[in-house]
Design a protein around this ligand. Structure first.
Ligand SMILES: C[S@@+](CC[C@H](N)C(=O)[O-])C[C@H]1O[C@@H](n2cnc3c(N)ncnc32)[C@H](O)[C@@H]1O
Length: 206
C-alpha cells in the first residue's frame, strides 16, 4: 500500500484544529517514562514527533517514503528512516518500541511475526513493546501474543483504548509486552483527560 503522508497528517491536524485530543498514544507511552522510543511504522511521526516534543529521544522507521517525508518536515529533530521494521537492523536499542495506528494490519501478509521480532530486536532488556490495533480484521490477538512469546516478550497489560479503559474482549486492544520480567509491573493506566500530565508509575501490589 502506498500512502500520501501530507494527506494522512492533514486528517489529524484537522481533528486537532476542531478541538479533538489527538495525542492519546503519546500520553499512554509517556507514562512509562521511556528515555528513548522507536516509533515502528511511524507514518508521519504524529506519535513519535509528539514524544520528541516532550523530551524523549525518538527514532522512527516506516516503509513508506511519503510518510517519512512528512515526518522529516514535521519533526526535523528526530531520526526518521525509510525501512522495513521486520528486517531493519539499527545499531542501537530503545527503552520502548511503539506501534500505533494498526501497523501489524499494514505489514505485508505473513510478516507479522518478523515485524514483532524486529521490534524486539531493538529493545533494551526490560524494555516494552506497546501496540494498538483493531481485532476485526485479519490478525488476531492470539496470533500477536504467539508472535510476542516467540520473540521472548511477555504480556504485561492490555487495554481497550489508549486512554486506559479495561480490555474486555472488544474490537480494539492496546497491548504492552515486556522483555524480561524483573522490573515491578506498571499498573493499568486509569483513564485520564487527554493533555493531562501522566501519572508516575507505581509499584503494583504483590
Ligand atoms: C495507519 S499507518 C500508522 C502510522 C503511525 N504509526 C500513526 O499512528 O499515525 C500504518 C503505517 O505502518 C507502516 N508499516 C506497516 N508495516 C510496516 C513495516 N513492516 N515496516 C515499516 N513500516 C510499516 C505503513 O507504511 C504505514 O505508514
Amino acid at each position: 500500500m502506498q500512502w500520501d503522508g501530507d494527506a494522512y497528517q492533514q486528517r489529524f491536524d484537522d481533528l486537532a484544529a476542531s478541538g479533538v485530543a489527538i495525542h492519546g498514544e503519546a500520553d499512554f507511552v509517556e507514562r512509562y517514562r521511556p528515555r528513548s522510543v522507536l516509533d515502528a511504522g511511524c507514518g508521519t511521526g504524529r506519535v513519535g514527533g509528539e514524544l520528541a516534543r516532550r523530551g524523549i529521544d525518538v527514532t522512527g522507521v516506516d516503509a513508506d517514503p511519503s510518510m517519512i517525508a512528512t515526518a522529516r518536515r514535521s519533526a526535523p529533530s528526530c531520526t526518521w528512516l525509510i525501512g522495513d521494521v521486520a528486517t531493519i537492523v539499527l545499531d542501537r536499542t530503545f527503552d520502548l518500541v511503539v506501534m500505533a495506528g494498526n501497523v501489524p494490519l499494514f505489514t505485508p501478509p505473513g510478516t507479522q511475526a518478523a515485524l514483532v521480532a524486529g521490534c524486539r530486536r531493538h529493545l533494551v532488556t526490560e524494555g516494552r513493546l506497546v501496540a494498538g490495533f483493531s481485532l476485526d480484521r485479519h490478525y488476531s490477538l492470539e496470533s500477536y501474543d504467539e508472535h510476542c512469546q516467540a520473540a521472548g516478550l511477555e504480556l504485561e497489560g492490555r487495554w481497550a483504548t489508549w486512554s486506559g479503559q479495561p480490555y474486555a474482549g472488544g474490537a480494539y486492544a492496546v497491548s504492552c509486552h515486556l522483555l524480561g520480567a524483573a522490573r515491578p509491573r506498571v499498573p493499568a493506566p486509569s483513564p485520564t483527560r487527554s493533555g493531562g500530565r501522566p501519572r508516575p508509575p507505581r509499584t503494583a501490589p504483590r
